[in-house]
Design a protein around this ligand. Structure first.
Ligand code: NAD
Length: 520
């Protein structure tokens, strides 16, 4: 195939220990701070639609600071959005794949030019510290660049066997208008990836972001406009879940749903989408990437320096609010005391405070999540977990939803905090008799998203590769931070439908194959 773009390469992160970089980013933060508190419309068919009611996005780290107010879409806007998306589909589906791919490359270029500013919005809207914010924007850029290149592979006929006297050809075509429902935690990256994946292969979408992070979603639409996407290809409906969630899922015009979020919402969507509605013409396709209860195993052969670093970064990066976050640390008895002691001491060094000041651990996303995490801390104590660090049921800093890093030791493998997704800076440390026991514990949850092993034993690494039931297994490193095009991402069991975002199979999910046979 002729290369029209330079080869894909994942975006590199900056060195945030550089004081000059810190200083100049703080200036960007001040510029963006000056733009906080504005109102934002819906974007349907390229038109900006204002509404009478709004949802308010607040800074989780400074709850009296309004990041912005986003229009609250209602039933009439759902109508408008479907009309616009379905109309746009009629032309967009016929664009050559290369031309759609070019728009993604252009979108990536626009994002790259505004990278700092976008990262600054993330600091305010999601309380990401500087590196986490930059990494999220980098991932969004990478999704555009990677899917642009991958789409070209699907433009060709599929290889089939010839048959005398006939021409047989099989090709892929887009499926139609879909609904994209991303979470708040990778507010730009997942939104971008789950939108541009289906779009590049010719589908049109309505994106309904999380009510916790609607402003970055509007910023995304600014980029889409600047990149030159035709109106109606990507439509933004912000608003309350109660008004939009079920209605979009149930709508007979919804051809597919590209969801990332919690298990509860994912299961609800899968169930509702499977019910055929009056006037529905297709079965709905659901891609649902859901939660995790991810474990890192440390065996007695492990390099404990590597293990401690992997555990701290995996557990507390972005306050543990990653689907891939290490929420269980399973340590074999022989090295338990040393490993856990060092893990606690390293975690103690983490600073807790505003993302704006680039603390290691900033605020969690909202009040509901804050209360949920505190409830789990309480439950952890009630069920007999030993608090080794943190454990306070009060906010760890003034003005926002701050929770101190909390580590429970000697947690029973079947305890609530060792089984349910907490999605905060809380770790359950579990003692295993030996490696086999550790693997057994690791596999004994409903989830199977990421996992990790720190070990020097080739035999154990081979065993984990075979028997650790996860979608993404990391050996001798942290279990978060997958890179687009390098570590295709997605779990199995109740962690989701394994759509492997950022992988070579992803775009195929949003296409169907058609076969033509002509006899001469
Ligand atoms: P959530 O399930 O509360 O919300 C996800 C999205 O669904 C949001 O846009 C929300 O507004 C929407 N929603 C809520 N109710 C709905 C309904 N009835 N119908 C349709 N949409 C509805 O999840 P969250 O709190 O935003 O995100 C955190 C969760 O996402 C965690 O469980 C995390 O593990 C998971 N996650 C998974 C992955 C992955 O790739 N597997 C990646 C990131 C996050």
């Amino acid at each position: 195939m002729r290369q029209i773009f330079e080869p894909y390469e994942a975006t590199k992160y900056s060195d945030w220990s550089d004081p000059e970089l810190q200083k100049s980013f703080r200036e960007t933060l001040r510029e963006v701070e000056g733009q906080l508190g504005q109102d934002y419309p819906l974007v349907i068919g390229g038109e900006k639609i204002t509404t009478d009611t709004f949802i308010t996005s607040v800074d989780p780290g400074k709850t009296d600071r309004v990041v912005g107010r986003a229009a609250a879409g209602k039933a009439e806007h759902i109508e408008m959005a479907f009309e616009a998306a379905q109309e746009a589909f009629q032309e967009w589906k016929n664009w050559p794949m290369h031309d759609r791919a070019r728009l993604l490359v252009r979108l990536a270029a626009v994002m790259r030019r505004r990278k700092r500013e976008l990262a600054a919005w993330e600091v305010f809207e999601a309380a990401k510290n500087y590196l986490e914010a930059e990494a999220d924007v980098a991932e969004a850029i990478d999704f555009c660049e990677y899917y642009a290149r991958q789409s070209l592979k699907l433009a060709d006929y599929v290889e089939t066997h010839p048959f005398p006297g006939e021409e047989n050809s099989t090709f892929y075509q887009p499926i139609g208008t879909g609904v994209v429902i991303p979470p708040w935690n990778f507010l730009l990256a997942i939104l971008t990836g789950t939108v541009v994946g289906p779009v590049v292969v010719g589908n049109t979408v309505i994106v309904k972001p999380s009510p916790s992070t609607p402003i970055i979603a509007y910023k995304f639409m600014e980029l889409v406009e600047e990149a030159g996407f035709p109106p109606g290809v990507i439509n933004l409906l912000t608003g309350e879940d109660a008004d939009l969630g079920d209605a979009l899922v149930d709508d007979p015009r919804t051809r597919f749903i590209n969801f990332t979020g919690s298990r509860a919402t994912g299961e609800r969507i899968i169930e509702r989408a499977s019910k055929v509605q009056p006037r529905q013409k297709y079965l709905k396709k659901v891609m649902a990437e859901m939660g995790g209860k991810d474990a890192l195993i440390v065996d007695e052969t492990a390099d404990l320096d590597v293990a401690v670093e992997a555990a701290v970064a995996g557990a507390f990066g972005f306050q543990g609010q990653k689907c891939s976050a290490m929420s269980r640390l399973i340590v074999v008895d022989e090295v338990y005391d040393e490993m856990v002691g060092r893990f606690v001491e390293e975690t103690r060094k983490l600073s807790v405070g505003p993302a704006e000041e680039d603390h290691n651990v900033a605020a969690v996303i909202n009040e509901k999540q804050f209360n949920k995490i505190i409830d789990y801390i309480r439950k952890g104590k009630e069920e007999g977990g030993k608090v080794l660090l943190g454990g306070s049921e009060e906010a760890a800093a003034e003005g926002g939803y701050y929770i101190e890093p909390t580590i429970f030791g000697d947690v029973e493998p079947n305890a609530t905090i060792a089984q349910e997704e907490i999605f905060g800076p809380v770790v359950a440390v579990i003692r295993a008799r030996d490696f086999d026991h550790a693997l057994e514990i690791a596999n004994d949850t409903d989830y199977a998203l990421t996992g990790g092993l720190i070990s020097r034993s080739r035999e154990r690494i081979m065993q984990a590769t075979r028997d650790f039931e996860v979608g993404n297994l990391y050996i001798n490193r942290k279990i978060t931070g997958s890179l687009v095009g390098i570590q295709p991402f997605g779990g199995t069991r109740f962690s989701g439908t394994n759509s492997k975002a950022g992988g070579p199979d992803y775009l195929r999910l949003f296409m169907e194959a058609k076969t033509i046979t002509e006899r001469f």
